[in-house]
Write a protein that binds this ligand. Structure first.
Ligand SMILES: [Zn+2]
Length: 711
């Protein structure tokens, strides 16, 4: 149920600081001729003419967009009039429209339908936007204006959304270091640049370590249990790597490796696990320990410069949790339940080992192998039995859309006249419960070689009353494309993915904001996965399920016994999976709550103590990522890995409100829409949640769902 999907919620101006120094080159007039991105299109909902844009159009249009935006920002900052809400913040929200249009289109296409040219361009664009972002948020004159408005905000008689905008910008400027002295700003820029270099270097070393860490096997007997198709792939890997006649198992980014589930040879399991566990700690050129300590030390210095005790305290300011202590409190509440369930699961597995006269004590490399046997015995879900009931198109139109209709009254109509970037992309127009057109929704369902992995949602056009824009939302997934004329039959996991991504889309579709920065899904990381995970619940709601889960040949509804199996399977092995996630989150937080650089000499000792300090040290359950290969927290997700668990707490608690109040209905849906989905970032997240739920978020419903306490 819980998915680490790629939620690429990127507003043009929400690019994080990384401080590189390639400034945009002067623009060439010639490139701007006939460039369809330059003017706003006349197409419905102002969508860009995706059928007319050429790869070569993006760069010149983006450079022009940045140029215009710089000029707009300069005028706002240099304005001689007294700073007012309108001449500063409204002006900022109205600026950069060309730049945003180009970036939104560029992000959509490079994520889902890229090529070598566009990938290269993306490498250039990301640092360019970071520099642009720094120029705005370290602009002293601009900050002074925002600060004046901020200080006067109580007297300005602003509506709540406008007041929130003032606070939003003020906080963004502060977080970026706008209040620092000029020499300190220079130091900060150098630190940002250094951090970007270190994280890029870390990523490269880790990539090499992971490649180097692949396990080479020369005796086929050691591979007993592995499926033929996997064996063929490993033989191919080995031959590519110059070891013809052998087998090479490459490493996945997590601690546990998929093949551990199938390998019946215990010593091969141990070898594969150790290859994963030690991949980046071999005291060679691919060892990441040294670079990690450098990143940590730098982040501590940066936090101190910005006036904070530790990095997490600085980073969490604009999140729902707000403070590292709130995150640690949350994790420490989950810890005993996760461990208790994991211990029960471990005992189940040990019993199975003993029954087979294994004669050994359960180790982490045994877990998946035996858990799979327990799963087969207790919760077997045969994919081939399930898939005929889940035809992708029916899941979308008769399941996902149907649930949205029951809850929110919205309807969908296919639009075949809207240009798309690839023929498989489907477009729907969305109508509100009063029949008024409200949005466009794009769905790009199938896996392609030129598409990033995972599934995500984003905006092609940002909703804003100020800019007179209705939302255009898209979902991208990676389902296997069926043969021509065949239905796309998908697994229940995939069904969950569509409901999840569409939950993000609802957050975007119901956006009802004046200002684009506060609109729709532009919310904190520890809030944004709330609507998406919440929407997953409707996939198994009897009213919804009976409407979409029918056999593609016979038309018969899915049998109740099969649904029961799906429900039961959802609680399987949750003790293990929650424990490994909590451990990883704890590691993330402990590293980023460090106050003193002298404490970071020994990575392994630190890791051990960090887990011990919260009682998370359990031999057969290692953290999902070890510090040395925990890429999330060293390049982009720092002090943020807890967010999926946090938002699960929110959505389960919100769903329990529905259960207490009659379940799926228009009235309940409207209340959720009014109080959560349509609010964007216009209110304090905790207040928003409490108003809906009637109390602060409670972990009990989450623990019930995970089978950790009785329902
Ligand atoms: Zn998501």
């Amino acid at each position: 149920m819980r998915r680490l999907t790629v939620a690429t919620i990127m507003l043009a101006w929400a690019v994080s600081n990384s401080g590189c120094s390639n400034a945009p080159a002067a623009n060439n007039e010639q490139n701007l001729k006939d460039n369809p991105l330059l003017a706003e299109s006349k197409l419905p909902y102002s969508i860009p003419a995706l059928d007319k844009i050429k790869d070569a159009d993006y760069r010149p249009a983006l450079l022009r967009g940045i140029e215009i935006h710089n000029e707009e920002i300069r005028k706002i900052a240099e304005n001689n009039e007294t700073p007012t809400f309108d001449n500063t913040l409204v002006a900022m929200e109205s600026s950069g429209t060309l730049m945003r249009r180009v970036l939104n289109t560029f992000n959509m296409v490079t994520g889902a339908n890229t090529n070598e040219f566009l990938s290269k361009l993306k490498e250039e664009v990301d640092p360019m936007m970071a520099v642009h972002n720094d120029e705005i948020f370290l602009n002293q004159k601009l900050f002074k204006r925002v600060e004046t408005i901020y200080n006067d905000r109580e007297q300005l008689q602003l509506d709540p959304e406008s007041k929130r905008l003032v606070e939003y910008y003020y906080q963004k400027f502060l977080m970026a270091g706008a209040r620092l002295s000029d020499p300190d700003k220079t130091i900060l820029k150098q630190m940002n640049e250094q951090e970007a270099l270190l994280t890029a270097k870390y990523s490269n070393i880790l990539l090499a370590a992971t490649k180097q860490g692949a396990l080479l096997i020369s005796d086929s007997a050691q591979l007993a249990g592995i499926a033929e198709t996997d064996l063929a792939a490993f033989a191919h890997n080995a031959s590519e790597a110059g070891s013809k006649g052998k087998w090479l198992i490459s490493l996945q980014n997590t601690t546990q490796q998929p093949m551990l589930q199938s390998l019946s040879n215990r010593s091969t399991r141990e070898a594969l696990f150790n290859a994963s566990w030690t991949r980046a700690e071999k005291s060679d050129s691919n060892d990441t320990r040294n670079i990690i300590t450098q990143i940590v030390a730098l982040r501590i210095k940066k936090a101190k410069l910005l006036g904070f005790d530790n990095f997490a305290a600085w980073k969490l300011q604009d999140q729902m949790a707000q403070k590292p202590e709130a995150v640690m409190d949350f994790l420490s509440k989950l810890q005993p339940y996760a461990m208790k369930k994991a211990n029960i699961e471990a005992a189940d597995i040990q019993a199975l080992i003993d029954k087979q006269n294994g004669g050994f004590k359960l180790q982490p490399y045994d877990w998946d192998y035996y858990a799979e046997k327990v799963r087969k015995a207790k919760y077997d879900l045969d994919e081939s039995e399930i898939k005929p009931y889940f035809d992708m198109n029916k899941v979308l139109e008769d399941g996902v859309f149907y649930a949205a209709n029951l809850l929110y009254g919205i309807t969908f109509k296919p639009r075949h006249d809207i240009p798309v970037y690839q023929e498989d992309v489907k477009v729907y127009e969305v109508f509100d419960n009063d029949g008024q057109p409200m949005a466009l929704y794009f769905c790009d369902p199938y896996k392609r070689d030129n598409k990033e992995g995972g599934a995500w949602m984003n905006n092609l056009v940002d909703q804003s009353h100020l800019l007179n824009k209705k939302p255009v939302i898209y979902n991208v997934c990676n389902f296997t494309k069926p043969a021509k004329g065949q239905p796309a039959l998908i697994s229940f996991d995939d069904v969950t993915t569509i409901f999840h991504e569409f939950g993000h889309s609802l957050h975007g579709l119901f956006a009802n904001q004046k200002y684009p920065s506060l609109s729709g899904a532009n919310t904190a990381r520890d809030f944004v996965e709330f609507p998406s995970q919440f929407n997953e619940h409707w996939s198994l709601d009897p009213a919804v399920l009976s409407h979409y889960a029918v056999h593609y040949k016979t038309g018969k509804p899915i049998p109740a016994s099969l649904v029961e199996k799906i429900r039961k399977a959802a609680t399987f092995n949750k003790g293990y999976s929650l424990s490994e996630l909590v451990s990883a989150s704890v590691l993330d937080m402990q590293w980023h709550m460090l106050k003193d650089t002298t404490l970071v000499k020994d990575v392994d000792a630190f890791e051990k103590n960090a887990l011990l300090s919260v009682g998370m040290q359990m031999t057969p359950v290692p953290p999902r990522y070890r510090s040395t290969y925990f890429k999330h927290i060293w390049s982009g997700y720092e002090a943020g890995y807890y967010a999926y668990q946090w938002t699960k707490m929110l959505e389960e608690d919100a769903y329990s409100w529905f259960q207490e109040n009659g379940g799926i209905s228009r009235a309940n849906g409207q209340r959720f829409r009014d109080m959560i989905l349509s609010k964007g970032n216009t209110e304090d997240y905790m207040t928003m949640f409490k108003n809906f739920r009637g109390h602060a978020p409670d972990i009990t419903p989450m623990l019930k769902d995970l089978g950790m306490i009785e329902k």
